[in-house]
Design a protein around this ligand. Structure first.
Ligand code: PLP
Length: 326
């Protein structure tokens, strides 16, 4: 099969470990893939997508990366790190206002030299593409060539990062001597899930890939993931048939909405941190793992013996606001 090329940025393969004490607590084997450890500055899931997307940017002779996200976007921070490492320029269009002192991802982006443009939620909703294209046009007037990455690098090319991760999991299963019955990932902009889903389809639909959405609705993401899978098909002759109704996304855990935490979610993160010495993030993995544990306790996942959860990172999202409530 023809696959797009990638550059090497992440520390791969990331390890898979069993959460012994959580497994005991739930009476079910819970394993975790440490994609929070793909690096430090470039940690988390976004670097896997950037390996493919930035390769495409370089192939098009681009020398400046333009992307966007929430004010504490992990993707924006990973992009800033990659741009600096490769000697490229970087402009980040973020939804929100500059604070008195920049912290978390925003602090790191500034440290690594990215230029940050702040826009309102309304502008983000209505004119994001135009704003990013405007930045690219301005760069062109200065003789630079910009490459635009969408939110979370979730497009066809970026999603190959998790097709690749799926194949990495299969290699690790050969060493472990067994296969996971289900792979569970957080759904934020959909690329991680789409890549895993494509990997599973390609390998013959061996198991269930489950997504847990942390914003919006399952219905929205089923459609979104379908679009991403079709975009992936344009890069390769992937021989699979995509059926929207087969895409399994567990709804019910966005809570108060994107980047807003409920007490029970923060309490859960604290409980798990003390049980396993494992720190999830409040925006993505904390909500998704909370959802997974609820589903297991309700008996909805009884048919699985071994479940693999992907820790997609997000440690720098622990800003003062999030911390204040733990
Ligand atoms: C972006 C992100 C996700 C969601 O991944 P998508 O591919 O956007 O769905 C999950 N966890 C963390 C920590 C993230 O930064």
């Amino acid at each position: 099969m023809k696959m797009p090329e990638r550059i090497r940025l992440a520390n791969l393969p990331t390890k898979i470990e069993k959460l012994e004490r959580l497994s005991q607590n739930l009476g079910k084997n819970i394993w975790i893939k440490r994609d929070d450890q793909t690096g430090m500055e470039v940690s988390g899931n976004k670097v896997r997508k950037l390996e493919f997307a930035v390769r495409e940017a370089l192939d098009q002779d681009c020398n400046h990366l333009i992307t966007c996200g929430g004010i504490q976007s992990n993707h924006a921070r990973a992009t800033a790190a990659v741009a600096a490492k490769l000697g490229m320029g970087c402009t980040l269009v973020l939804r929100g206002e500059d604070g008195e002192d920049r912290e978390g991802n925003l602090f790191l982006e500034t440290l690594m030299g990215a230029e940050v443009v702040f826009i309102t939620p309304e502008e983000f909703e209505e004119s994001l593409d135009g704003i990013m294209e405007g930045i690219r046009d301005d760069l062109a007037r200065d003789g630079k060539k910009g490459y635009i990455l969408p939110v979370g690098s979730s497009n066809g090319i970026g999603s190959f990062g998790y097709l690749n991760a799926y194949q990495e999991i299969e290699d690790q299963e050969r060493d472990l001597g067994f296969s996971f019955d289900a792979i569970v990932a957080t759904v934020g902009s959909g690329g991680t899930f789409a890549g895993l889903y494509a990997g599973n389809l390609l390998s013959g639909d061996k198991r269930d890939v489950l997504g847990i959405n942390i914003s919006s609705t399952a219905e929205y993401f089923r459609e979104r993931v379908c679009d991403l899978l079709h975009e992936m098909k344009e890069y390769t002759e992937i021989p699979f048939v995509i059926k929207e109704e087969d895409i399994q996304i567990i709804d019910g855990y966005p809570g108060l909405g994107y980047a807003m935490s409920r007490d029970e979610e923060l309490e859960f993160i604290k409980w798990l941190a003390r049980l396993e010495g494992l720190v999830l993030d409040p925006v993505y993995t904390g909500k998704a793992m909370y959802g997974l544990v609820q589903e297991i306790r309700m008996g909805n996942l009884d048919k699985y013996d071994n479940i693999l959860f992907i820790h997609t990172g997000g440690i720098f999202g622990w800003t003062r606001e999030g911390r204040g409530r733990v």
